[in-house]
Every structure is written in C-alpha cells, then in structure tokens.
Design a protein around this ligand. Structure first.
Ligand SMILES: [Cu+2]
Length: 304
C-alpha cells in the first residue's frame, strides 16, 4: 500500500491519510446536517421562533470529542516525526551544501558530487549546510523536507528502500534561479555505490577566479562540471572538443573555443547547443565583462 522509497513514507502517509479521512468525514457530515436543518427548520414549517435552552451535556460532548480527535491527529504526526530526528549511530554521513543555486554533496574523504548517490537500505545522515541564504532540502518521494539555514547546524536522515532516481528540490525561494536548484537522488546497490565512491575524485581546492565568477552568476545551477546533465550541457571536457550546434535552424559542427564561449554567453540563442531548446539561458552581455570571459575560459580549460 505504501511506497518503500524511504523508511518515513509509511509514517507520513498514514498520518496524512487519517487526517484527510477525518476532515472529509466531518465535511460531509456537517454539510449534510446543515442541509437537513435548513429543510427541517425553515420558516414554512416553523413560522415561530422558539427559545432554545442551553444543554451542558451537548456542549461538553462537542468540546470533548473534537479535543480527542485533534490530540489524536497530533499524536500520529508526532509519532511519524520523532524518528526523523533520531539518527541511528551507524548512519553514513554526507554533507549537503546548498548555495545559489546548486546542491553539492560532500562525502567522507573530501569527495564532491552534483548528484546525491546513495546505497540502498543503508541509513544516511545528511548534514545541511548553506553558504549563503536560506534553502530547503526536500525529497518528496522520501517524505523529507528540512530547512538549510546559514550559520545554524541542521540535519536530516533517512534510509532509501528502493533502487531508482528521485527528485531533490530546494523548497525555499532563494533568488533568481531558485527554480533550477534541483538535483537527483540516485539509489543504487551497495557494490555499485562503493565503486562509484572509490572513483569519485577528491576535491581539489578550487578557488580559481573563473570558478568564482561562475558561482557568483549562478552558471553552475544549469551547467555541471562533472559530466552530469543539468538544465544545460556539462562543461566537463567541453573546451576544445567538437560539438554540434544549431545556427538559424541549421546543424553544424564547430570547435568549443574562446569565440564560441563568448557567443554562448553574450548571445546564447545564436548557436544552440545540441538538442537543447532555445531561450533557456539568458544573455549575460551586461553582466559578464570581457575580463570575466577570460577567467571563465581559463577555468573551463582545466575541466578535463
Ligand atoms: Cu535554494
């Protein structure tokens, strides 16, 4: 009946179903009673108003029953929520770093990835870190949603129970490209995960100026540097490579060079890369200076 995507699905979904069930029951019952009273006690049948005396028992009942129901709703919500804050000791640790407008996942040993790769059936604790503003870490399929607050330490945990790919969103409006702050949770068998983690390169301290320019302008929300496809093409190994672009509807092959980079940034719809639809990237003509262009160029050359 419940999806097995994470260990929290059942607790959240059953609380939700019960609360919706109770609400629907009262919606129908009260509406029906109202309609019945309108017919039964309308002016034609009861031309004269009668004095209605108070009834302490009736009043006590309609305070007591809703009170019990509401407390019960709180209880099932609490019961589903408590385990979300109690991380098992053997949980694997991953740091999720939210920044305008990308997610970055840091594994032990200073290894970083754009996608949140996880082994199946293993508890994982996610430390939530923001380098700038408020973000929200949410994986709807797992019933997980937690604030990522700058300066404050926050966390979430869960145990994936199904192999597959699940959407990960930022659920707090965090600026211009907020809607692109999207990533994927990829749940894989344990050995596949171990192989992937072993192959994941250790983060080189990357404080090149070109990278800074791209971070500042939110380019990395749409362009990855590790080969994965986001909203736009990845920059991994793209400098100097042959790529296909569509110019005025005609497909042609060109080399990714300084000139192409400039056109792509200042007039992104002139040469449309691959199968991407036009209009996704705006022109940065008044934003990225010629000096910035050189820095970006130097940085892209290092992404082998
Ligand atoms: Cu965000």
């Amino acid at each position: 009946m419940f999806s097995n995507a994470s260990n929290f699905v059942q607790g959240v979904d059953s609380a939700f179903a019960i609360i919706v069930g109770i609400s629907v029951f009262f919606l129908i019952a009260l509406t029906a009673l109202m309609i019945y009273f309108v017919v039964r006690y309308n002016k034609k049948r009861h031309p004269k108003t009668v004095y209605v005396k108070d009834n302490p028992w009736l009043e006590a009942t309609w305070i007591a029953i809703p009170l019990v129901i509401v407390l019960y709703m709180f209880y099932i919500g609490w019961e589903g929520f408590l385990p979300m804050r109690q991380v098992p000791d053997n949980a694997m640790k991953v740091k999720a770093i939210g920044k305008m407008w990308v997610w970055e996942f840091e594994y032990e040993g200073n290894k970083v990835s754009d996608t949140l790769m996880l082994p199946i059936s293993k508890a994982v604790k996610i430390d939530l870190v923001s380098t700038d503003v408020l973000h929200g870490f949410s994986v709807p399929a797992f019933r997980i949603k937690e604030d990522v607050v700058p300066v404050k330490k926050n966390y979430t945990w869960f145990m994936p129970g199904e192999i597959g790919e699940f959407d990960l969103y930022c659920t707090v409006y965090c600026g211009l490209s907020h809607s692109y702050m999207h990533s994927i949770v990829k749940v894989v068998p344990v050995d596949e995960f171990n192989k992937w983690l072993a192959a994941l390169p250790i983060r080189k301290k990357d404080d090149s100026k070109g990278r800074k320019v791209m971070e500042k302008n939110g380019c990395l929300a749409c362009h990855s540097i590790d080969g994965s496809k986001l909203v736009g093409p990845t920059f991994k190994g793209s400098y100097g490579s042959k790529i296909k672009v569509k110019t005025n509807g005609v497909v042609r092959e060109i080399v990714f060079d300084d000139k192409y980079l400039e056109t792509s940034i200042y007039d992104p719809n002139a040469d449309i890369s691959g199968d991407y639809p036009p209009g996704l990237m705006k022109s940065y003509k008044d934003v990225i200076t010629k000096e910035d262009l050189v820095l970006i160029n130097d940085y892209l050359k290092t992404l082998k």
